[in-house]
Design a protein around this ligand. Structure first.
Ligand code: ADP
Length: 293
């Protein structure tokens, strides 16, 4: 039986329309345009393309975009000073440090310099801790988008067995926490996991965030399982695919995200939504203070 396609593009369109309206209402009320600040140590062209696409997405929902581009010779101190500049700038509401940083930088120290109230990637230790305590504030966008897809398509999580393949700090790790917070029973698999196929076969919900083409195939799935594929891999012919072999998985799964058109478009909308959330958290407080003066 063919799977239900979990259409991320359709959900992203709905989110964009809703966000544009909420941004316009916010601007009219607070005379401030929510602004995303991106800090980028120049590395490769694909990262630059991603940053430009973020700028376009920001402008489409009525937000501003500020870009702090550092040369690859910049020191750790210069990087942290850029982070401090955006953190202290009242016009910047949400900040992204484009990851991964070149190896010479201490990423954890850089992230520690962020104002956690502007940490729209949810990577600051305070935000990571709040998610782990099931009191989420700003959370990583990619897994939050995956959870929204599950919610939107009415996929039950409480009491279900979930397998998450990948344990990165920005995708696999927080996705396992979010699934756990939603009362699923979660098994986390990674590079050193043995018998991956056996674990996947028992799962009602399979999440992949490993960056490996063909890691999960249809014959590994429990019939009717839900599959969320966060992989974004480039094939030799330059086309994009996920970690899951879509054709074979589609025949066995109950529901599946395509790549492209699944988790990716939703990620950007969650990110922009976090910018507005951060703006509301800071500027509404300021307005309240002014009202009391
Ligand atoms: P991302 O930031 O997109 O999550 P990373 O490269 O940081 O990607 O992390 C990849 C994750 O995938 C790691 O946790 C790694 O252990 C896991 N992984 C990579 N290859 C395999 C594999 N063959 N089987 C299971 N897990 C894998």
């Amino acid at each position: 039986m063919a799977a239900m396609v979990l259409d991320g593009r359709a959900l992203a369109r709905e989110m964009r329309d809703d966000l544009s309206l909420r941004v316009a209402a916010y601007v009219a009320q607070h005379y401030h345009t929510p602004t995303l600040g991106v800090i980028h140590v120049y590395g490769d062209r694909s990262a630059e393309r991603y940053v430009r696409s973020l700028q376009i997405s920001c402008n489409r929902v009525g937000m501003n975009f500020k870009y702090y581009l550092l040369h690859h010779t910049a020191t750790q101190r210069e990087l942290e000073s850029a982070i401090y500049t955006f953190s202290a700038d009242p016009n910047v509401d949400g900040i992204i440090i484009q990851m991964p940083l070149p190896i010479k930088y201490d990423s954890a120290a850089a992230v520690g310099q962020l104002d956690h109230r502007k940490d729209i990637d949810g990577v600051h230790p305070i935000n990571v801790g709040l998610l782990n305590q099931n009191k989420p504030s700003l959370v990583p966008n990619t897994p939050a988008g995956g959870m929204l897809i599950l919610e939107r398509y009415g996929i039950e999580l409480a009491g279900r067995d979930a397998v998450v393949i990948g344990r990165s700090a920005i995708v696999g790790g927080p996705m396992s926490t979010m699934l756990l917070n939603a009362e699923a029973t979660v098994e986390i698999c990674h590079r050193a996991t043995r018998n991956l196929a056996d674990k996947v076969r028992r799962a009602d919900v399979v999440v992949t965030a490993a960056g490996k083409i063909g890691l999960v195939t249809g014959d590994m799935l429990k019939p009717g399982a839900t599959v969320i594929d966060f992989g974004i891999n480039v094939r030799p012919d330059n086309t994009i695919c996920g970690d899951v072999d879509y054709a074979s998985a589609f025949e066995v799964a109950g529901a599946i995200t395509p790549v492209p058109g699944g988790t990716g478009p939703v990620t950007t909308m969650v990110l922009l939504n976090n910018v507005l959330k951060a703006a509301i958290a800071t500027h509404v407080d300021i307005d309240d203070d002014m009202a009391q003066c």
